[in-house]
Design a protein around this ligand. Structure first.
Ligand code: NAD
Ligand code: TYD
Length: 353
């Protein structure tokens, strides 16, 4: 019997990783999906309850900064591909604690590249897929879009650490011949996102009638993509992307923060059967994030034209689905905000408003 195609997904218990693991486990019963995750504050096995017993799925708790452990993991499993998502992912935390971003995002990625290189011999039929962010390109003015050839200009410790890891993945390709692809994606939203990021934080605050801390003038712009669409893009790129290439992934769905928040408030008023406008009253403009990038916008033409991928849903539908999910999954949220990470969560937001 031939060996099953075996993929190592790192960070599979996080927000995007859990959606990717679910997609791969359900769509490819003939693959073996191994999820390596350290279970930091952002990793949560509750995100994968529905697939945890699947025969083609294995969870391994471990850290990408533990090189001997990675060496053994690669020898135990004979991976065909790696989809690397494990990272520290929140810009605000990178401002208060840059070093953990350097350690995980840069050093951790090199550890993983070394383990793959050590195990993969001539690299035949192997692939190292690095999941990255559009934030590596810096900040746009009122017009223009990021394309794959836009020069890197990262401006936060988070984006600088991701840019560095992108460069290192490319360096391993050029220097050692590591087969690789990189995708740079815009802001994701959807179910199972840790409530430190804008949308789940605000949904939870609206529900609990807490203030909504809008940084600066609220006119910062992000291009929002439904997380399930990011997972489907990764699937397409993993299977059809060309060795050595980079693909931008985006929703063509730009919103100024304040407009997005207004829309969210109105949807929440409807879902919670509150008088229209009552959630908007919770908005509080607060001190700006230092170095706050003004605008991100992705041009995903290459991915559409070369690999045929497009997002499946439009923003308002996605926002509504997302709000409904968090309201229907109160226990998931409560376990975070009052469970093991209560203190962690509160420390981050105690002095906001
Ligand atoms: P997340 O913070 O929700 O999840 C990160 C996961 O990595 C967690 O499960 C955590 O436990 C795990 N992890 C952290 N350090 C680890 C370590 N040392 N060893 C093993 N596992 C470790 O992040 P996310 O939002 O799901 O993002 C996933 C990836 O996608 C990241 O690389 C991020 O840079 C990238 N990305 C995110 C977005 C977004 O909007 N969230 C957009 C584009 C790209
Ligand atoms: P975030 O979800 O942290 O993603 P990123 O910084 O990676 O884009 O933030 C999205 C936008 O929302 C960003 O412009 C910062 C802003 N924001 C607020 O105004 N208030 C908040 O409490 C948070 C978490 C973010």
């Amino acid at each position: 019997m031939s060996k099953k195609h075996t993929i190592l997904v790192t960070g599979g218990a996080g927000f995007i990783g859990s959606h990717l693991v679910r997609l791969f486990v359900n769509k490819y019963p003939d693959y073996h999906i191994v999820n390596l995750d350290k279970l930091t504050y952002a990793g949560n096995l509750a995100n994968l309850k529905d697939v945890e017993k699947s025969e083609n799925y294995t969870f391994v708790k471990g850290c990408i900064n533990d090189a001997p452990f990675l060496e053994k993991l690669f020898s135990d499993y004979d991976f065909d591909g790696v989809v690397h998502l494990a990272a520290e992912s929140h810009v605000d935390r990178s401002i208060s604690d840059p070093m953990s971003f350097i350690n995980t995002n840069i050093v951790g990625t090199v550890n993983l590249l070394n383990a793959a290189r050590g195990a993969w011999g001539d690299f035949k039929d192997k692939l190292f897929y690095h999941v990255s962010t559009d934030e590596v390109y810096g900040s746009l003015g009122d017009t223009g879009f990021f394309v794959e050839t836009t020069p890197y200009d990262p401006r936060s410790p988070y984006s600088a650490s991701k840019a560095s890891s992108d460069h290192l993945v490319r360096a391993y390709h050029h220097t050692y011949g590591m087969p690789m692809v990189i995708s740079n994606c815009s802001n994701n939203y959807g179910s199972y996102q840790f409530p430190e990021k804008l949308l789940p934080l605000f949904i939870n605050n609206i529900k609990n009638k807490k203030a909504l801390p809008v940084y600066g003038d609220g006119k910062y712009t992000r291009d929002w993509l439904w997380v399930n669409d990011h997972a489907s893009a990764i699937d397409v790129i993993y299977h059809k992307g060309k060795n050595g290439e980079t693909y931008n992934i985006g929703g063509n769905n730009e919103w100024k923060n304040i407009d997005l928040i207004h829309k969210l408030c109105d949807i929440m008023d409807e879902l919670l059967e509150r008088p229209m406008g009552s959630s908007r009253n919770l908005i509080a403009f607060v001190k700006d994030r230092p170095g706050h990038d003004r605008r991100y916008a992705i041009d995903a033409t290459k991915l559409k034209e070369e690999l045929g991928w497009e997002p499946s849903i439009q923003s308002e539908e996605g926002l509504r689905k997302t709000a409904e999910w968090y309201l229907a999954n109160e226990e998931w949220m409560t376990n975070i905000t009052s469970g093991a990470y209560k203190q962690y969560y509160e420390d981050m937001y105690a002095d906001r408003v």
